[in-house]
Ligand binder design. Structure first.
Ligand code: 5AD
Ligand code: SF4
Length: 480
């Protein structure tokens, strides 16, 4: 299987030389796309569909940047000449959705034989997936993984040159290639990768296996990217990493995440800073202080707890106890009283009892989450938890899942509405999908607000009086 996981780079170039090489491939790809346009008789359309997290969404923007530059017209419909699925594999249902939708794409391709299909992202880093795709999905033209996405232009050229399925999956990479084109979904906000990969090896999680070891970008490169984005109209950035709290530890000149935030805060014209995800074990006092004193860091922290049972947390290899977590929440709330906290919870981890779930429910009550994403444990081949003997029966998991969900909804409901009557800043993001006389935006604490207004306000931050709370969102009125 020479095409699977055989390398971490395919040349000895420096990052700068690699960027240059990829721009040369963009020029070559332009010629190929032009030939393709002549064959099909129109400017080729392309659709990038993203599964999974914000990291993947950002990767899709990088793919879109190259597609646009090489001559594709980006569209939202999969009735396109070229469809790319950027996949997720964090839970099995994400994989199943991809297989299901590939069947649909196959039908489209039967009607349009010149159609091209590509797959990339986390799911492609799994050997079993590649074996299955080779066997039963031979109509796919191009498959690549998470580590060589910076070579997308090169891979495009290879795809157009070949009649056969191109598969290029790497084991890992030590490269971070800067300055490649990006096509942003929103003109006024952007995700920024500050690090890649993860070293935590939580026992249920496949991410360290498919995204590789932790690598941080140089702070100078991050700052330069944000400065350029701000010049281009961006007012809000979301700093992205699997565990942003351990940012910078392995750099040649180590720097803390809190220090990076201090430097980003100084960028003129930047109004809002968000980040995700924070691992509780690495959240420092220094970070809490920086957040407390900051004018730009948003009042929202996503702090995945996963379980409230110290015993299960140990089995999960999370490296904190229930008490550690609750103490941390206390400290955060004391220092930043207006913070909104959200979390991730897994129900049904091997060996989890009703009593363990009671502990999780206790944490939900005490932490007072504004929202929580609750997941049923999904067995991921290759992770330590998948080999654990005591998998929980489905019925029991469902029962506990519903108990957790109910508590999450109760607490979120209690917390919602606490800002009614106040005037808050809202970043207007889009026209309301249901009612075009309304616009929709976000508070600093991430809650959605709907208000009367026109599309000219999209991208601006305005003062809004919050007049009514409906479930998880507010209605408001402009006050200036
Ligand atoms: N099963 C269920 N949920 C998982 N997550 C990660 N791995 C699994 C798994 N095997 C959840 C965690 C994580 C979020 C992104 O996905 O809660 O924080
Ligand atoms: Fe999915 Fe995790 Fe990969 Fe994100 S990092 S795409 S959530 S598997």
């Amino acid at each position: 299987m020479s095409d699977i996981k055989y390398q971490i780079t395919n040349n000895n170039l420096t990052s700068e030389e690699e960027t240059k090489l990829q721009y040369e491939y963009i020029e070559k790809a332009k010629i190929k796309v032009n030939e393709y346009a002549a064959l099909i008789g129109h400017k080729p359309t392309c659709c990038v569909t993203t599964f999974g997290c914000q990291m993947n969404a950002r990767d899709s923007e990088k793919l879109a940047g190259i597609l646009e530059l090489t001559g594709f017209e980006l569209i939202d419909s999969e009735h396109a000449d070229f469809v790319i699925y950027n996949t997720c594999t964090v839970r099995d249902n994400a994989n199943q959705r991809v297989y299901g939708r590939l069947g649909y794409l196959h039908n489209l391709k039967k009607k349009n034989p010149n159609m091209k299909i590509a797959l990339c992202g986390c799911m492609m880093q799994e050997d079993t997936v590649i074996t299955k795709l080779k066997k039963s999905y031979s109509f796919v033209n191009l498959i690549f993984g998470t580590h060589n996405i910076y070579k997308f232009a090169e891979l495009l050229v290879r795809m157009f040159e070949s009649e056969r399925m191109i598969i290029d999956i790497w084991d890992g990479t030590d490269r971070i290639v800067e300055d490649l084109p990006v096509e942003r979904k929103y003109p006024f906000k952007s995700g920024i990768n500050i690090m890649f990969g993860c070293n935590n090896f939580c026992s249920y999680c496949i991410v360290p296996y498919v995204r590789g070891r932790e690598r941080s970008r140089n702070p100078e490169d991050i700052i330069k990217e944000i400065e350029n984005l701000v010049k281009d109209g961006v007012v809000e950035v979301m700093l992205l990493g699997q565990n942003v709290n351990s940012y910078g530890k392995n750099l040649e000149k180590p720097i803390s995440f809190a220090e990076l935030l201090r430097r980003i805060e100084k960028i003129d014209g930047l109004k809002r800073i968000r980040f995700m995800t924070s691992h509780p074990k690495d959240l420092s006092d220094e970070l809490i202080e920086v957040m407390r004193d900051s004018k730009k860091i948003c009042r929202h922290l996503h702090l995945p707890v996963q379980s409230g049972s110290t015993r299960i947390l140990k089995e999960m290899n999370r490296r904190y106890t229930k008490e550690d977590y609750l103490n941390l929440v206390d400290k955060i709330r004391k220092n930043i009283p207006d913070i909104s906290l959200t979390t991730d919870i897994i129900v049904g981890f091997p060996g989890e009892t009703k009593e363990d779930v009671d502990e999780t429910i206790d944490v939900i009550k005490k932490a007072g989450y504004d929202n929580a994403f609750t997941f049923i444990y999904s067995k991921r081949t290759g992770t330590p938890a998948a080999a654990m003997a005591n998998q929980v029966p489905e019925e029991e998991v469902k029962y506990n899942f519903n108990r957790v969900l109910e508590e999450v909804q109760n607490i979120a409901h209690e917390r919602a509405g606490r800002l009614v009557g106040q005037v808050e800043e809202v970043l207007i993001e889009e026209l309301n999908e249901q009612d075009e006389t309304l616009i929709t935006g976000k508070l600093s604490n991430s809650t959605t607000v709907h208000l009367k207004g026109g599309k000219e306000l999209i991208g601006s931050i305005i003062k809004v009086k919050l007049t009514e709370c409906k479930g998880f969102y507010y209605f408001g009125e402009i006050v200036e």
